[in-house]
Design a protein around this ligand. Structure first.
Ligand SMILES: [Zn+2]
Length: 289
């Protein structure tokens, strides 16, 4: 009996040693990690494409496909302060545009996100491309140092930020892929020098046409514009090479009036109706082209 126990002890010694080393390592490892806090979040791996979203609307694949992109999400709140978060405003308006377009019928529609989750800037146009979308619209809400800044803005991609203000703006929007200044993907690193190739130039004409229509419809709906023209900026999210793409800044969420408007059902519906009209006119003009 005692020999059996001795034998068992001898046999289990290496295992005991392994366990001891493991426990010791964990303990020392944790002691070395002398940090106040550790933030962890799951990021999509670089080589695995994100899952494609559901496409709503008619099953007929010949119908035009709109991809609406609600800006920011997940650990990236976007602009805002004191509980006012751009990512929530953007999602509410993206959903309102979807509902309005689906109610009108005839178009197919997908959202890059319909929950509060993070998607990298590069994955957003990539979703549109993989779905073979006809237009891509990224929805945002800006904030400024002054709470007097107001109004909506429409952006198309430029090779380079055309003004200092546009560059600052692009920096702000392109910063979504950075945490404490560390780039999460290669997309944001190369944004400074976005080169437009030939197919992009073709899509640029469509982008400009869509942007002009959006400006017209927002204006006609009585929505104040920040500047009364389409803006250009080097925005990573508009980099789909072959899909007309615009970015809609719906207003300034640190301006009390804009924020109240964007948070209200009535405000969201007004923006959504104008956006839906612009998209329909765009498709009507370009059908069979
Ligand atoms: Zn934004």
């Amino acid at each position: 009996m005692s020999r059996t126990i001795q034998l068992a002890l001898i046999l289990s010694a290496p295992l005991a040693l392994l366990v001891a080393v493991f426990v010791l390592n964990r303990t020392i490892g944790m002691a070395e990690g002398d940090r106040d806090y550790v933030v962890r979040f799951d990021l999509p791996s670089a080589d695995a494409p994100v899952d494609l979203p559901r496409v709503d609307g008619p099953a007929d694949a010949s119908r035009p496909l709109v991809v609406i992109d609600a800006g920011h999400g997940g650990f990236d709140p976007g602009a805002g302060m004191e509980g006012v978060r751009e990512k929530d405003v953007a999602l509410a308006i993206a959903l309102a545009i979807r509902d309005r377009l689906l109610a009108g019928g005839g178009v197919r529609l997908a959202l890059t996100r319909e929950t509060d989750r993070f998607i990298s800037l590069g994955d957003r146009p990539d979703i549109a491309r993989r779905l073979n979308a006809d237009v891509f619209i990224s929805v945002h809400a800006d904030s400024a140092e002054s709470d007097l800044a107001r109004g909506a803005s429409i952006y198309v991609l430029s090779e380079k930020g055309s003004s200092e203000a546009a560059e600052r703006f692009a920096e702000r929007e392109n910063g979504a892929d950075k945490v404490n200044g560390v780039a999460l993907s290669q997309t944001s690193a190369g944004v400074g020098a976005i080169l437009l190739d030939l197919s992009q130039r073709g899509a640029q004409a469509g982008s400009t046409e869509l942007a002009d229509l959006m400006l017209r419809e927002l204006r006609e709906a009585g929505i104040g514009m920040h500047h009364d023209r389409v803006e250009t900026a080097a925005l990573a999210v508009l980099k789909a090479p072959d899909i007309p793409s615009i970015l809609l800044e719906t207003g300034y969420i640190n301006n009390a009036q804009d924020y109240a408007f964007l948070r209200s059902k009535q405000g969201q519906n007004t923006v959504a109706e104008a956006a839906a009209r612009a998209i329909r006119v765009y498709f009507a003009r370009n059908s069979g082209a």
